[in-house]
Write a protein that binds this ligand. Structure first.
Ligand code: C5P
Length: 218
């Protein structure tokens, strides 16, 4: 078993997809299952951290010994993260937050008509982008999923969102990304990029927490 090397550390983890309603029947979402974020919450709790797991809709069992905060939309996740932020030492944003939502949510089911249709979308709040510039003592870890130029695109997020670390994964690598129990990630910090081998999401979670522990100053 791991030592309780995160005892007393308040860790907030976000996980899973958001759902953005279009009408009472339909919503926009993505392929996130929440597995990586749940693995992080579980690993942090096992290492003694006080864990808050803020998550969208998933099919996963709640993680024992964590505070469970279920949300549905990007806006609700934004509010949950913001309200916990002052009491958080480490924020890990593993959630796949929608970047856009339908500009209008219809009260009634939208009826089909002849011909094509299009849906006007508006931006959702960028949770990390908003909170990054406000950080005081917090360690901020973001995730980055890309299909090309992984390190370049992910390093840009580090600076742009004022993060301490970005966990980057290339969706096109076998054994990485959505739904599977393994992942291949690159840890990006101001010191550079380090690619980890193919590992279970449980082991990736511990490796991420090891790196955070090493880098945290307070
Ligand atoms: O810029 P990009 O969306 O690729 O950055 C991904 C990171 O930002 C992830 O950690 C994700 O959880 C977070 N994010 C966010 N708010 C959004 C979209 C993404 O905090 N609206």
């Amino acid at each position: 078993a791991r030592p309780k090397d995160l005892a007393g550390v308040r860790v907030a983890v976000t996980a899973g997809p958001t759902q953005e309603s279009l009408d009472p029947v339909r919503y926009l979402t993505n392929h996130s299952t929440g597995k990586m974020g749940y693995a992080l919450a579980r690993a942090a709790a096992m290492r003694g951290a006080e864990v808050t797991l803020i998550h969208g809709e998933t099919a996963l069992q709640p993680v024992k010994f964590t505070t469970d905060v279920p949300v549905t939309t990007a806006q609700q996740m934004y509010e949950a993260v913001t309200s916990h932020f002052a009491q958080t030492d480490v924020l890990i944003m593993a959630a796949a937050v929608a970047d856009y939502r339908p500009a209008v949510v219809a009260n009634d089911k939208i009826k089909k008509k002849d011909g094509d249709m299009s849906i006007p979308l508006e931006r959702t709040p960028d949770i990390l982008g908003t909170i990054g510039p406000q950080k005081t003592h917090q360690f901020l870890c973001g995730f980055s999923m890309e299909t090309r130029d992984l390190v370049e695109n992910s390093s840009a997020k580090l600076t742009k969102k004022n993060l301490d670390m970005v966990v980057a994964n290339n969706l096109k690598v076998a054994g990485a990304g959505f739904g599977v129990d393994t992942n291949v990630v690159t840890l990006i910090t101001p010191d550079g990029a380090r690619e980890l081998p193919l590992m279970s999401k449980a082991d990736v979670a511990d490796a991420i927490l090891d790196e955070i522990l090493k880098r945290r100053t307070t």
